[in-house]
Design a protein around this ligand. Structure first.
Ligand code: CS2
Length: 481
């Protein structure tokens, strides 16, 4: 009988070097999925190993799966980090607990309790792009989760509603403000979250909104670590390595980067100890990461999947796709302001190596999820800037046509909150009609880009070529400048 990993069975040699008993829940993290557990938790471990009492209380809004897996393990789990040079396997220890929606339903006092606790200093979140319930960067008051939270139903459905409710409790009790930190791949994620929380608060109570505006800090952050979804094979591998059963291990590349805006309402962990950079302005780092890494990732996901590649590493091993990725990285780099201490050409080479990581199986289908929430910042915004500067948007239009073709090939079952409208807009329409229909979908393609004849023509021509000859034949005929 294999024992389960927990606080009593965890091998000391695999634990970070601090006494876990001294941690208190000082960070509430919404969305403790694989990315959070591969990125912010180990950085918090490194901070705690230096000093501090920074425990994390995790909260899943939509599913009890992680609470079920991690509660019997006392929040402990294995992180496997690997690349061509090696593999590190260790336990992460700063996550103290994970709760799910069922527990919130039965005892919603916990949430108010944690927001009213004095040690709490930070609320952080990784809820993915769609978790912000925004339309064109404004709060979508018609979103069912926001509407439910405005009616005050329990448990909270949205991160924004939950944060506003928690801040309201602190405000009522005269407690100090908090720092609320987005760790999602969105441009100006701090300012965006601030606007959304303020818009929610303004619907509830003007004085609350004024207090939040004056006192609460919303630092921006750029987060980076490639973290494929956990598979059964990883579960088996980890069980073999430890001789212990871990129901929630995480695998990631060894590379990790975190750039955080120096804007906190109170204390924070010494995340620098975990390699984080604390800077006055995150914007250049974030634009570089979103446009170069994430933009190329999305391009490779759709074009790669259409070429029959299940994994990103196989997509970049395909010379035609590698040439496309290289051209796209150069085009994305050309839209960027100078990035302090970073040479974008070297960053591009490093990205190609990270995508090729033979030790990771990162599925193109995973990156392809939620395109409607990702492509506006990854593809459309830099495409418009490129066009406005007189540059060629060729790789952007190819990414867009690949996405459209992938939607029609995959069908309305695609994993995207706008799946039905996207599929209806492309399926069965002539290429130029499909492009025209996409242009009229709300909050997707900026109107200046959608109206540009070069853009419409190249996307339609690429879509027609993909429909006619498939990905491999289309790429064989293309040269990227
Ligand atoms: C990926 C990201 O799934 C996706 O959309 O582009 O999750 C990517 O792996 C991370 O941002 C890397 O830091």
């Amino acid at each position: 009988m294999i024992r389960r990993l927990d606080a009593t069975t965890a091998p000391a040699a695999l634990l970070p070097s601090f006494d876990r008993r001294r941690l208190r829940p000082r960070i509430l993290h919404i969305g403790p999925g694989a990315f959070h557990r591969a990125h912010q938790v180990p950085a918090t471990d490194a901070a705690n190993a230096a000093w501090g009492d920074w425990g994390i209380a995790g909260l899943s809004l939509k599913s009890d799966r992680l609470a079920r897996a991690l509660t019997p393990q006392d929040g402990l789990y294995t992180l496997v980090a690997r690349d061509m040079e090696g593999c590190d396997l260790g336990l992460c220890a700063s996550l103290l607990s994970v709760r799910g929606p069922s527990q919130e339903k039965s005892s919603s006092n916990w949430l108010d309790g944690i927001f009213l606790s004095v040690p709490l200093a930070i609320v952080s979140l990784t809820v993915t792009e769609k978790g912000y319930c925004a339309r064109d960067r404004s709060l979508d008051l018609d979103h069912p989760d926001i509407a439910a939270d405005l009616r005050g139903e329990a448990p909270p459905q949205s991160a924004v509603g939950l944060i506003a409710r928690g801040l309201a409790a602190r405000h009522r009790h005269g407690l100090p403000p908090l720092s609320i930190m987005s760790c999602d791949n969105l441009p100006a994620n701090g300012a965006l979250l601030r606007d959304l929380v303020l818009a929610f608060a303004a619907e509830v109570d003007d004085r609350l909104a004024a207090w939040i505006a004056a006192e609460v800090a919303f630092p921006a952050s750029m987060v980076d670590r490639i973290t494929p979804a956990t598979t059964d094979a990883l579960l088996r591998e980890v069980t073999e390595a430890h001789g212990l059963h871990d129901a929630a291990p995480v695998v990631a590349e060894r590379y990790s980067a975190w750039v955080i805006e120096d804007r906190f309402a109170g204390d924070r962990p010494a995340w620098e100890r975990g390699g984080a950079r604390i800077v006055a302005d995150v914007a250049p780092f974030e634009a570089m990461k979103l446009r170069m890494l994430n933009g190329t990732h999305s391009l490779l996901a759709y074009a790669g999947a259409l070429a029959g590649h299940e994994l990103t590493r196989d997509a970049v091993a395909d010379p035609a796709l590698a040439a496309l990725a290289r051209a796209h990285l150069a085009a994305a780099a050309a839209t960027l302001p100078p990035v302090p201490g970073v040479e974008t050409a070297a960053y591009a080479e490093e990205l190609l190596q990270r995508f090729a990581n033979p030790a990771l199986g990162h599925r193109t289908a995973q990156i392809a999820i939620d395109g409607s929430q990702k492509l506006p910042q990854r593809i459309f915004a830099p495409a418009l800037e490129t066009l406005q500067r007189g540059g060629s948007p060729a790789t952007y239009s190819f990414a867009t046509a690949s996405w459209m073709h992938w939607i029609e090939q995959t069908g309305p079952v695609i994993d995207d909150p706008r799946a039905a409208e996207l599929h209806a807009a492309v399926a069965g329409a002539a290429a130029d009609d499909a492009v025209a229909r996409f242009s009229t979908l709300a909050d997707l393609i900026p109107s200046d880009l959608a109206a540009a004849p070069t853009w419409r023509q190249t996307v339609a021509a690429d879509l027609a070529a993909l429909r006619g000859g498939g990905m491999a034949a289309t790429l064989a005929k293309r040269r990227w400048a």
